[in-house]
Design a protein. Structure first.
Length: 266
């Protein structure tokens, strides 16, 4: 479809097109729109993680649901309870309350940034440093879940992802929502917040969803037919050919290309 040179030009042009603050608006819903509303909140990282972990399904419905929260409960010193109407797809209102309570406790223990950066910098689950940060954070949050007795919640398991032991990550999950969270906090441009300078953008992995998976295959960036962790690693490596220092800058553009059907008819 494209030569390497033309593909680079296309990807760079689409990145420039969508790397504007106007790209995040209610007419083109994206959960990052909600995160930007709280960018001065002391629990921003926990808010971003909450939004990322619930970023599955229809984008409009995701934003509609996330818009119902003011996140004041994350700053309080008492356990969280919620209106029973605040449920989202696979998560009941109780599951949502569990997730917020885990993040509230994490915030009061030093915050998810401290946990994530420690895993990224000091732990070797895998050869990929960003995965070490993700797996360590998952493990830490599950430890809190066990401590407060909510670890049997299936809705919580879907939100957090499952890691059965500290040293043995489970399965080949693409970890889309965790990689999305990392992208938001690490990268810096008109879309992403760029608050975690301790993590190198070149270590980020693509938050692979249906749109980016299909578009990447159509563009010849990915050959695999399964949207799993191996596809994440291969696509992230392919994107390094176009920008070795910031390969995941193309993620938002790939998502929008697919969401808006911009390749149709080409």
């Amino acid at each position: 479809m494209f030569s390497n040179h033309k593909l680079r030009e296309f990807l760079d042009s689409q990145y420039t097109l969508f790397n504007t603050q106007d790209a995040l608006n209610p007419d083109k819903p994206d959960p990052l729109l909600i995160v930007h509303r709280f960018k001065n909140h002391e629990c921003l990282a926990e808010i971003a993680l909450f939004c990322a972990l619930l970023s599955y399904g229809n984008a409009k419905q995701i934003v509609k649901f996330l818009s119902k929260f003011d996140f004041k409960s994350l700053q309080r010193n008492q356990p969280i309870s919620l209106d029973t109407r605040l449920f989202y797809r696979f998560q009941s209102a109780q599951d949502i309350a569990y997730l917020l309570e885990i993040l509230r406790i994490c915030a009061h223990k030093g915050g998810v940034k401290k946990v994530f950066v420690h895993g990224y910098s000091n732990i070797n689950f895998t050869p990929f440093r960003i995965l070490n940060g993700i797996y360590h954070s998952m493990y830490y949050l599950w430890q809190i879940a066990h401590k407060i007795g909510v670890h049997k919640s299936t809705g919580l398991k879907f939100a957090l992802g499952e890691i059965p032991s500290r040293f043995k990550p489970k399965g080949q999950s693409a970890l889309k929502r965790w990689n999305l969270f990392a992208r938001w906090l690490v990268r810096k441009d008109n879309i992403d917040l760029g608050l975690w300078s301790e993590i190198d953008s070149s270590d980020l992995l693509i938050p692979l969803d249906t749109h980016s998976f299909q578009i990447s295959k159509a563009l010849g960036l990915l050959e695999r037919n399964i949207a799993d962790l191996q596809s994440v690693l291969e696509l992230s490596e392919s994107l390094k050919a176009f920008d070795s220092q910031d390969p995941i800058k193309y993620d938002f553009a790939l998502y929008r290309i697919g969401q808006l059907g911009l390749l149709e008819g080409r």
